[in-house]
Design a protein. Structure first.
Length: 706
């Protein structure tokens, strides 16, 4: 006796599917069970209550519905196989030629020739007239239930060959719904949300929602059904992420920074050269709240370039030191680590805080005292690159790790840091890449987020302009003026992996051309690119930072964090090839000193629509979050920050951009639920727990995302 049909029944056993189709469904659409099929939702609807006249049917992408008869079937032999032709006449006697290029014999056998029927398809122009290729043909009996919302499903070519194009899928789904209706007296599949949640937002039961999305009574019922499915999708995702976050912070002990002590206070009173911005103060307070009472902090700090994140890191570090803990600050490049090292030393002045630098290029002999100092607690602050992750680096009491300019810090790396302390160190991840809220609530949903949304006072907005290659001489003239005023200039070339060879050539050609227009001894140029040795790069970078050279020609290696306040012009070559966030980052290299700064976006004359939008956005605004939103819109969430592989954004029903309000709501609901019942142990939450477990099982990779 076979099991009764349910959501978990393998799709193979649904009438009309069988093993071959089941295999194709699994491979092409990931549909393995009847439940999966029910969650293959229509992506749009067609109005099948309206009929067109052949006389009015215009060629174009819009599908039309015609009523009439098919006649004059004719098979035409071709080089390979044959083509089927026929004529369609509507009720007014107007004629439209029909044609099938594939499956002629099969189609010919199944066409209701001479009987009244309904056609659905696209009209094309053909030999000065019109025709319709591969129309969908239904007998009047089949269209009895014509609806204003006829579901259209996505499918694949192979599934089409199995008769499972949009309509075939629709029929299979209708069959499944019909069978489940028979079985239960009405369409029913097991509910996945507790009644209290359904009531909370006035949502229909799962069965009703699915039924209304596949076979809507009207637009409103469809909307309500889809709303429920989206909400559910977001809710489970947020329950999972918020729960993970709570486990790592609220319920995970962290080093208690119970007091604000001498180092923090002395630094604050004697050494800060400026007033903190309101945003900096707020973030410090947030961090203090996180760390004071023994909870574990896992915080993402976002702030535009130049917003003063380093100062926040330093003050947090001093809190740690005051409480007897050591601090590790990780930078993505040697240059940046070096800059932080020098900057921190200078800012700390004569305060008794020992700061050391550890990068790959620190020699063995110099390493020894640093490692010893870390092990016995004499070194308070270690600044470095990934070198700090090496097993030889042992801390006496590591309490805080700051990760600068690196928003993707893998769990594996984090685990290596955790292993360096008995209590996991607090984590502060700092990034200048503005992350739209929708993404920080999903991809980074398990981190708390602080935002510095205020620049230090007195910064002049950077003037950004777009120039074409034809205007290059004018740009050179402008550069000369700026250099005459004592300023320095970046000229940046793209370096895209796929075209690395060519890009390198562009850079070299550009460098040569610049040396011709800016000849020594009046002008001095630096060049930095990926094929140079790390120490040569550093040396060049330093020459520029010290003001020895006036123009820095570079690939995007200078993107991250480097600080040369005297540089006031950023020229970006082939700007149309850069992504928005990269352009924004690059522009942030200037505007750091007192002088008016400029960003010049160079490009060819011909630009694609998206490239134009990117450059326009850059010229219009300097607000990182606004830029990030445009970026998200242009590229879609899947592409942003390599999140494609993370799987977190594999949403089935909801759309991260269009449904962001719903996402916020679902997150708020998830937080409230977990506040009362952290492990979802209450009886009323059993379904929620099941749903979260199922999600976890379906995305084994999801924890990589933070
Ligand atoms: P980012 O957020 O890009 O890391 P930085 O921390 O490097 O920015 O700060 C950029 C510059 O702004 C530094 O020279 C820093 O000293 C200065 N700065 C930071 N905070 C303030 C402030 N509150 N007032 C004035 N200048 C500040
Ligand atoms: Mg920085």
């Amino acid at each position: 006796m076979p099991e009764p049909l349910s959501a978990s029944t393998p799709i193979e056993f649904l009438k009309g599917i069988g093993p071959k189709r089941a295999e194709a469904l699994a491979e092409d659409l990931g549909i393995k069970t009847c439940g999966d099929l029910l969650f293959h939702l229509p992506f749009r609807y067609e109005d099948r209550t309206r009929f067109h006249r052949v006389a009015e049917a215009v060629p174009g992408p819009v599908q039309v519905q015609l009523r009439g008869t098919i006649r004059k079937l004719k098979e035409v032999k071709q080089k390979r196989g044959s083509r089927l032709e026929a004529e369609f006449a509507d009720e007014f006697g107007d004629i439209l030629p029909l044609v099938w290029f594939k499956g002629a014999q099969w189609v010919a056998r199944n066409l209701p020739v001479g009987q009244p029927c309904v056609l659905w398809g696209r009209v094309s122009e053909y030999k000065g007239g019109r025709n319709m290729a591969h129309p969908e043909v239904l007998t009047l009996k089949e269209v009895k239930s014509a609806s204003a919302l006829h579901p259209v499903y996505s499918s694949t070519e192979r599934l089409g060959r199995f008769g499972l194009h949009s309509n075939g899928l629709g029929q299979a789904i209708a069959r499944l719904i019909g069978q489940l209706r028979e079985l239960h007296g009405q369409f029913w599949i097991a509910e996945t949300l507790p009644p209290a949640i359904l009531q909370l937002r006035g949502m229909p039961a799962l069965s009703i929602a699915l039924e209304q999305v596949h076979q809507p009574e009207d637009a409103n019922a469809e909307r309500l059904g889809r709303f429920r499915l989206k909400f559910e999708e977001f809710l489970f995702l947020q329950l999972l992420l918020v729960q993970h976050r709570n486990r790592q912070t609220v319920y995970q002990p962290g080093a208690p920074f119970a007091r604000v002590g001498a180092m923090f206070n002395r630094f604050y009173a004697e050494r800060i050269p400026f007033e903190l911005t309101g945003a900096q103060k707020r973030v410090i307070r947030e961090i203090r709240e996180d760390t004071r009472n023994g909870n574990h902090m896992n915080r993402l700090l976002q702030g535009d370039v130049g917003s003063g994140k380093t100062m926040v890191a330093l003050l947090t570090a001093l809190m740690a030191v005051d409480n007897g803990y050591q601090v590790c600050i990780m930078a993505p490049t040697e240059i940046l680590a070096q800059q932080h090292f020098e900057g921190f030393r200078e800012m700390l002045g004569d305060l008794p805080v020992r700061v050391e630098l550890l990068t790959g290029s620190v020699k063995k002999a110099n390493r020894k005292p640093i490692l010893a100092g870390l092990a016995d607690g004499e070194v308070h602050l270690l600044i470095g690159t990934h070198a700090v992750l090496e097993p030889a680096v042992v801390f006496r009491s590591l309490g805080l790790v700051v990760i600068d300019e690196q928003h993707r810090f893998g769990v594996a790396q984090r685990a290596r840091l955790w292993a360096k302390a008995t209590i996991p160190p607090h984590i502060l991840v700092m990034t200048a890449t503005p992350i739209p809220r929708t993404l920080s609530m999903t991809v980074y949903g398990d981190l708390d987020v602080s935002v510095i949304d205020e620049l230090p006072p007195g910064r002049k907005p950077i003037r950004t302009v777009h120039r074409t290659d034809a205007q290059r001489l004018g740009v050179f003239g402008f550069m000369r003026e700026q250099i005459a005023e004592g300023r320095q200039i970046y000229v940046v070339y793209p370096l895209i992996e796929e075209s690395a060879q060519l890009d390198h050539k562009d850079l070299m050609d550009g460098y040569e051309s610049l040396t011709r227009h800016f000849p020594p001894p009046e002008f001095r140029l630096s060049i930095v690119h990926g094929r140079m040795k790390a120490e040569d790069k550093d040396a060049e970078m330093r020459r520029f930072a010290e003001g020895t050279t006036q123009i820095m020609v570079a690939t995007t290696v200078i993107e991250v964090g480097v600080n040369v306040p005297n540089a006031s012009v950023m020229v970006i070559e082939s700007a149309e090839r850069f992504g928005l966030s990269q352009l924004h980052q690059l522009r942030g290299r200037v505007g750091r000193g007192g002088a008016q700064s400029f960003c010049i976006l160079m490009s060819g004359k011909e630009l694609g629509k998206e490239a134009r939008r990117r450059l326009e956005t850059m010229c219009r605004t300097q607000d990182g979050f606004e830029i990030a939103e445009v970026d998200l819109e242009l590229r879609g969430p899947g592409d942003l920050m390599g999140t494609k592989q993370s799987g977190v954004l594999d949403l089935k029903v909801a759309d991260l951009i269009k449904d962001r309000v719903l996402l916020e709501d679902a997150r708020a609901v998830a937080r409230r639920i977990l506040q009362d019942d952290p492990e979802l142990e209450r009886k009323g939450h059993a379904l929620l727990r099941t749903g979260v477990d199922r999600l976890k099982a379906s995305r084994p990779d999801w924890s990589r995302i933070s």
